[in-house]
Design a binder for this molecule. Structure first.
Ligand code: BGC
Length: 727
């Protein structure tokens, strides 16, 4: 009897494109239609007849989201879906550490594998254009180069486990409040130079297998089916061969979805967060309505076959890959990764008279103040909410670290805080336990602060609506719950006040000059308390650097100074035009242009040791347009502790005929040095670093002429200079 030949699509030695074509040829119209849209809140069907498994997605981006019910947003109540919560992506970006970004992606991918998820809905790389954006904490800051250098290893690490990345939200989704109504108006140059590079790097260098369209529109077309963005740029110019996934409920029209580049439709008639129409899957834009148009001869199967090819390619990369391992959930290695990333990303913003690290030998009593010392932050914030197997809270982490030292750790709440504190059935604070009014809470904290050696306030924001949370923006930059009055009162009675700011974004700190130290503690996941304690007592020397400019006030931000946010309503309040009038002048590019000194500059972050950066050498003063220039500096740890510094290289382009930012980040490198150790650090730039987007001809163009290279350790601390010319 002849042995049946193994079909090509099942032969994992066969080239992937052959397998795709073979599987495609075997599929019926119904099967093709089925694989391009959801069958439940987070899954889409495979092809059972052909042995292609269902495809499971899950948020993202900070850990693997707990399972929800098949067709509801409610948690399914599984007992095996607690995860490691990794630090939020702002913290990862603040590490300026691509090695840890790879570790992050890989660890997350291993967790996803164990949980049976084939695609993580992340990472997010929308640019921080306004500090009000409720979702900046899920993104990688304001600078396209920094975000690019972090997203690529994250994607590679994640996908090395056979789990697809779904880089989101493509694109121009830079605020939340009207994300479904916003139509962004932006210059081509700003689009190309500021908003697209991180996506482009994720596609071209990271080889991302998925991209998620954004809710908002560009040129009056929804970004989940946007001809320019998806067909022309992503798939045309960048040759993206993966799938475009809609954001949950981001598809709005069958014909546009078919023709304008959407490949997999999810969450139609849901808001991605709380509500959704039941069992609507057959009515999805790319389900029966699409099939009918094909059957009636109004559409051919040309677009359908392209979508299915992409989906099949995704299957062969993930569910059909024999190489992927089973993965681990909550392994020691994953906790260790979460801890290291957190420690690497915490930013020491201010440290007067070296008040930090805490001098354990000379300390009797520490007063901890603030709701954020006792509040869970892995829960809430929208789709990135997690069910962490554990989350060490700041107060607990500090107490654990100081156990056995004889140092007394006292606590005062200090402000009322979040009185709702409930998200998806989880209570995130002990808010209701303390009903005393604000002045009583402040008085209690002040009384306790008087004889404390240190007062450590854990304050800032939380994951409630209108703070760091999806679906809304903050209404202002001020800290909630009257924290300013508390800080002022404590600073009056104690000179060693340390403010640990828990947030994903900048907040106004009118009392900044009155406290001794400020630490940016982000949302750092499972190991929060441990990581913060290790930095506060000096077990770990902080080395994080701000991935965005920390403005003094809202009006120092271009989007607000120019009155462009949230935009102008039209069509009976259906659409809001948001014109990015500042163009490329986002973040430090705007601060530089306006000569506006921020509270803390982009790239700023202090250390417990000191570094000297000297002797800038460049290998090439006359560089060809397609050449490179390498800068080398000597970095020395001149203090008495080991530490890491981020060498940052910016370039000023003196082109007089094209509008150029004062300077732009073009390269960086993090280096760890022992006390007294010195090392040469080299950074090479070229290619895009010499180009700008030419609006007139619609393409990248080399800017010829003189440049100044500026090297140092923060965007406002660049003492070394060298000039070169691009010819
Ligand atoms: C969010 C996405 C998320 C999706 C699924 C949407 O509301 O915008 O980022 O991946 O829901 O949860």
């Amino acid at each position: 009897m002849a042995i049946a030949q193994r079909p090509v699509y099942l032969d994992d030695k066969a080239p992937i494109e052959q397998r795709v074509e073979d599987a495609l040829a075997r599929m019926t119209l119904d099967e093709k239609i089925a694989v391009i849209h959801a069958q439940s809140k987070f899954s889409s069907p495979g092809v059972k007849r052909l042995g292609l498994p269902d495809f499971w997605t899950d948020d993202g981006p900070h850990g693997v989201r707990p399972d929800v019910l098949w067709d509801e947003w409610e948690q399914a109540g599984q007992t095996n879906d607690s995860c490691v919560a990794f630090p939020a992506l702002t913290c990862l970006a603040a590490s300026w550490n691509p090695v840890l970004a790879e570790l992050y992606g890989r660890s997350l991918g291993e967790e996803a594998r164990y949980r049976g998820k084939d695609m993580i809905l992340g990472p997010g790389v929308n640019i921080n254009r306004t500090p009000l954006n409720g979702r900046n904490f899920e993104y990688m800051g304001e600078d396209p180069l920094l975000a690019s250098r972090i997203v690529v290893p994250y994607v590679k690490g994640l996908q090395s486990t056979g789990t697809a990345a779904c880089v989101k939200h493509f694109c121009l989704n830079n605020d939340e409040e009207y994300r479904h109504q916003v139509n962004v108006i932006v210059s081509d140059r700003a689009l190309r130079e500021i908003y697209l590079p991180a996506f482009e790097a994720a596609v071209k260098e990271g080889h991302a297998w998925g991209i998620m369209g954004a809710y908002n529109s560009y040129k009056n077309q929804h970004n989940c089916h946007n001809d320019i963005l998806l067909n022309q740029i992503l798939k045309g110019e960048w040759k993206f061969d993966g799938v475009v996934v809609s954001d949950w409920g981001g598809a709005h029209d069958t014909e546009q979805a078919v023709k304008n580049g959407l490949d997999m439709e999810f969450g139609s008639w849901t808001d991605g967060l709380a509500w959704g129409t039941s069992n609507a899957y057959d009515s999805y834009y790319m389900a029966l309505p699409y099939k009918r148009l094909i059957e009636q001869g109004q559409l051919s199967t040309r677009e359908l076959d392209d979508k299915v090819r992409r989906v099949l390619r995704l299957f062969f990369r993930t569910t059909m890959s024999k190489n992927r391992a089973q993965g681990f959930l909550c392994s020691e290695a994953h906790y260790d990764a979460a801890l290291r990333i957190a420690q690497d990303g915490i930013v020491l913003l201010q440290n007067k008279q070296n008040v930090l690290p805490i001098q354990l030998d000379h300390t009797r009593r520490i007063l901890v103040v603030g709701e954020n010392a006792i509040k869970m932050m892995t829960v809430g914030g929208g789709s990135s909410s997690l069910k962490a197997q554990h989350e060490i809270l700041p107060l607990d982490g500090l107490k654990a670290r100081l156990a056995g030292t004889g140092i007394e750790v006292d606590y005062a709440r200090g402000y009322v805080g979040d009185t709702t504190g409930n998200y998806n059935g989880v209570t995130t604070g002990q808010s209701l336990a303390d009903p005393r009014p604000a002045d009583v809470l402040i008085a209690e904290a002040v009384a306790k602060a008087k004889d404390a050696d240190y007062v450590i306030i854990f304050g800032g924001l939380n994951k409630s609506d209108y703070q760091d949370a999806e679906g809304h923006d903050r209404k202002h930059m001020d800290m909630p719950y009257g924290q300013d009055a508390l800080v002022e009162a404590l600073a009056r009675v104690n000179k060693n006040v340390v403010f640990v700011n828990i947030s994903g974004d900048a907040v106004a700190m009118p009392w900044r000059g009155k406290v001794a130290a400020i630490v940016q503690g982000w949302f750092i996941g499972s190991e929060t308390g441990k990581a913060l304690a290790s930095v506060l007592v000096g077990d770990v020397n902080p080395s994080g650097k701000l991935p965005f400019t920390w403005p003094e006030k809202l009006n120092d931000v271009a989007a607000h100074a120019l009155g462009t946010y949230p935009g102008t309503w039209r069509e009976g309040n259906k659409t809001i035009d948001e014109e990015y009038k500042e163009g490329i002048y986002v973040g430090y590019r705007w601060a530089d242009k306006q000569k506006r000194k921020p509270a803390f500059a982009f790239g700023h972050g202090l250390s417990y040791t000191t570094f000297a950066v000297s002797n800038l050498r460049i290998d090439n003063r006359e560089v060809a347009a397609d050449g490179t220039v390498t800068a080398t500096v000597t970095v020395k740890n001149t203090g008495s502790r080991a530490g890491a510094e981020v060498i940052q290289l910016y370039v000023s382009d003196h082109n007089k005929t094209v509008d150029m930012p004062v300077k732009e980040l073009r390269g960086f490198q993090k280096v760890t040095l022992q006390p007294g150790e010195s090392r040469d650090v080299s950074i090479t730039i070229g290619g895009r670093a010499f180009q700008y987007w030419d609006e007139t001809n619609g393409g990248w163009k080399t800017s010829l002429g003189k440049r100044t290279m500026l090297v140092g350790t923060a965007s406002d601390n660049l003492p070394l200079k060298a000039t070169f010319t691009v010819r």
